[in-house]
Ligand binder design. Structure first.
Ligand SMILES: O=c1ccn([C@@H]2O[C@H](COP(=O)(O)O)[C@@H](O)[C@H]2O)c(=O)[nH]1
Length: 273
């Protein structure tokens, strides 16, 4: 999917919501455990109930890898279901990969070609030659971890390196990578006060923002400094939407939670006019 197509979807749906599919057999409603593939059945229920309110879904790959071959099969069914039924949806493999060049190319083939995701999250720690292989893929997007939502972000990401904080170095150096027009960045909603400075370095890039809801980040705070004329934000919520109920009504309750966020996002878009 191109960035322009993503922006068009955001305006059409008046939403920049990304729903995280962090599907955990210990948290999904018990009645689904009798299904042949409970993870896929749960995801399908969530997707069918919420696709009109969001522009992206983000399966976190850890939740699938944890179940071995069965988990990978559920992941494949989920991405195929999305691509076949809702091709307008932007898909994010939250895999946090990145390795020496030839290995990164294999990761890119796995997620962009075999599974056909639109984007993948990547750790920038191994530098240019670990990221550029992902950027070679046309209309595919690489989402670099810049300033993450967790407390551990302060261990390294905010430390001064070469005269500025490491996360700023990640942002500015990565803009010189070949294919950098395919870059997006992860910035935690819990770090909203950093967004003004982040926008000075990457004024127009899309930011994937996890951390609203369960982690306590505020959508309004993120928008105050992070929103651009093309919106430039994908705000993620996982547990706050998908586990709002663990009963038969889980999909309907997920729809209500997604709608609350979509309505708040529509208000933020209106403020831009
Ligand atoms: O900095 C980061 C990077 C990734 N994540 C991931 O996003 C979701 C957040 O889930 P919630 O339930 O909405 O808290 C999850 O998959 C994380 O691994 C993040 O939270 N922070």
């Amino acid at each position: 999917m191109t960035t322009q197509e993503l922006v068009a979807q955001i305006h059409k749906k008046q939403s920049f919501l990304c729903i995280g599919l962090d599907t955990d057999l210990e948290k999904i409603p018990a009645f689904l455990l009798e299904e042949e593939d409970p993870i896929f059945s749960f995801n399908k229920g969530i997707i069918d109930a919420t696709h009109h309110l969001c522009v992206a879904y983000k399966p976190n790959i850890a939740f699938y890898e944890a179940y071995g071959v069965k988990g990978w099969s559920s992941l494949r069914k989920t991405i195929e279901y999305l691509n076949d039924n809702y091709p307008e949806i932007f898909t994010i493999a939250d895999a946090k990969r990145g390795d020496i060049g030839n290995t990164s190319t294999r990761y890119a083939k796995a997620f962009f070609e075999d599974l056909n995701f639109d984007s993948i999250t990547i750790a920038p720690y191994m530098g240019r030659d670990s990221v550029e292989p992902f950027l070679e893929f046309k209309n595919k997007h690489t989402i670099l971890l810049a300033l993450t939502s967790n407390n551990g972000a302060f261990d390294f990401q905010t430390k001064i390196t070469d005269g500025q904080e490491l996360y700023k170095e990640v942002l500015s150096v990565s803009t010189t990578y070949k294919g950098s027009e395919n870059l997006m960045y992860v910035v935690g909603a819990t770090k909203a006060e950093y967004l003004k400075e982040i926008r000075n370095i990457v004024p127009n890039s899309f930011l994937l923002v996890p951390g609203v809801g369960a982690q306590g980040g505020s959508l309004e705070d993120v928008c105050t400094y992070g929103i651009t004329k093309d919106i430039g934000l994908l705000i993620n919520s996982s547990r706050g939407i998908i586990y709002a109920s663990n009963q038969k009504d889980y999909a309907e309750v997920a729809e209500l939670k997604a709608r609350e966020l979509q309505v708040a996002m529509a208000k933020e878009i209106l403020k831009l006019n």
